[in-house]
Ligand binder design. Sequence first.
Ligand code: GAL
Length: 828
Amino acid sequence: MAVPLALLLLLVVLRAATADAGAGAATTVAYNDRALVINGERRILISGSIHYPRSTPEMWPDLIKKAKEGGLDAIETYVFWNGHEPRPRQYNFEGNYDIVRFFKEIQNAGMYAILRIGPYICGEWNYGGLPAWLRDIPGMQFRLHNEPFEREMENFTTLIVNKMKDANMFAGQGGPIILAQIENEYGNIMGKLNNNESASQYIHWCADMANKQNIGVPWIMCQQDDDVPPHVINTCNGFYCHDWFPNRTDIPKIWTENWTGWFKAWDKPDFHRSAEDIAFAVAMFFQKRGSLQNYYMYHGGTNFGRTSGGPYITTSYDYDAPLDEYGNIRQPKYGHLKNLHSVIKSMEKILVHGEYNDTSYGKNITVTKFTFDGSSACFINNQFDDRDINVTLGGATHLIPAWSVSILPDCKTVAFNSAKIKTQTSVMVKKPNTVEKEPEGLKWSWMPENLQLFMTDERGSFKKNELLEQISTGTDQSDYLWYRTSLEHKGEASYTLYVNTTGHEIYAFVNGKLVGQNHSANGEFVFQLESPVSLHSGKNYISLLSGTVGLKNYGALFELMPAGIAGGPVKLIGTNGTGGIDLTNSSWTYMSGLAGEYRQIHLDKPEYRWQSHNGSIPVNRPFTWYKATFDAPAGEEAVVVDLLGLGKGAAWVNGNSLGRYWPSYTASEMPGCHVCDYRGKFKAEGDGIRCLTGCGEPSQRYYHVPRAFLRPAQPNTLVLFEEAGSDPTRAAFRTVAAGAVCAAAAEPGDDVTLSCGRHGRAISSVDVASFGVSRGSCGAYEGGCESKAALRAFTAACVGKEACTVRYTAAFAGAGCESGVLTVQATC
Ligand code: GAL
């Protein structure tokens, strides 16, 4: 078909215009001792980590938009090597691994980006991001100076850099990337490697290799305080970084990981870091001349598939971040930090150019005054964790609550205090699926996992007269590795089957019958299985199934940590401890993965024969595949599946992995379980942990089902592989929404805003509007003096609305109530 010339010309012009708009104007990135200098301007930058594989591409624009609205300038992410290169030179940049699409979304939002290539990333990610196949390369030593590792690392780093260059993603090309990171917290392990020569050569090689990439923006290294190679900026990670300073005086103070909470493990309760404490740490950082700080995580997300590391990191990587696992705004954390960001940004010029003066006002109290261009700005901190302090500055006295920072952009008026929250609290709840009644509404069928294949001589890939290590044998293509041996026995006899294994779990079968199972405790690897067994006369089969739950991701030489029945021993111990049989060096046959994994049962292909006897299915049956069909919950709210009642296994919706599940694993009771006080140093380990929730409860009961996995108009399929044996029939789909929302206002004139979120849910009632509420927390406030006038005003303005703002007026007092802090609680 002939295209008219005029149309052709128009198309050419349009193409050129789009290309220009896409590329954007080139941005220069330099730095000095005070700040990153972008396009010639010194900048204060607030950034947040969002890891692209931990959500879906459909979620990215909304997450990034919420980050921008929360006052962030930049999004930071690691790059996930083993996700991108699952087998040597076979690459995956599809779906939630479409890294270029993620960076383009950041660019579309008009934000900057920080590219932390690693490619060792730690990150509670399987093997710290390193592909397990690296182990097969002769001479390979991870993260040390050796040709095989450096060759592979350079190959992957170059690949990522080139992908970003091809897409014009670096600042100098008009893209969003202003910083890039090589390696990750190498300084932490250099000491443990006795700062050996190979470690030092390696970290210098990393810097040289990175600098050779010619990306036009600075390279950073985090937690690299000694032996910092030239031409890189070293940065800080931690809960607090105000007392940390970089190794050179010509580089700015950058905080790459401000941990907004902590990751969760299958046996641990949920960690909560308060909004007050994070705000305290951020304010302290900028008081002490910080220039860029990044929240790790701003959105934690989900470990889909087999991506969690640890081992024993849960599928949820919620992290107690300002955006929750599902992408909802977590209040008051999000709003309180947003308020802080706007105050800090309003002082940008003075913070990066001003002269500064720290004055001690006695123990634990410091006032910092910045002056520039005839104006001044002040911070007052109180580092006592038990004492509020009055500080007099320029004639005015300010009460600084314990463990808090007040910011006075003009040194006179307090614009922000880190301990005073002026934003609402939302209590998120799981609401029943309104489309169909569950669990009754789910229709179940099942299929057995075919274990028989490995109970006799039928299958196996190879044999060896020793017990092999699991990761190198199966190259981590599956959680499971079978070990099988057989022995001739004269007559019948009873024994104890003894297996010593390096983790993470084991199931033992003798002559096709499950005789025992066990798993290692979190944080430990080596454990034993001891099960009574009976042998018959003739040939007996012993089949052992070893399972991993995510490979170790941290520590010096972490890759040397074995998994599986490496070396055993495996023995049959005679009844009175005598007459045993050592099977350690018997002929063992191996097979990686389960039959159902090879058949891809999770894809629910039409040829599969799911069984259902009048709707009933077997329960408490180990190694069983289950399937249920369901209708997608209506609306836009995030969807979860409640797997209470299940044991351990993996779940899929319409063929998409939801990750491993393990609701039968209960979170331990810990000293920090029932107490919460934001005052004092937050910790995630050792003594003094606080603010834990979910103690004694299933460590993860709800599993995120991203909306993108669901088909709105057709039936959807949930497939479960249950290895331990349980009852799936209580499983149910829920949506996540605000239940109660609460806010407090200190004095007349303050505006009180309440919001149910953005998905069309409205406030149904205002339940509390009282002065001096003394007990309970949002959702269950008690005490105080009810203000009928306030209740009327809030009810009139809020009921039926998604959000409302009401001004606290003097008229709310009276009728026997003394005015004071007004607390309002509403139900969404
Ligand atoms: C840091 C590490 C991150 C992450 C974090 C804990 O040490 O750099 O990747 O593991 O700890 O969440």
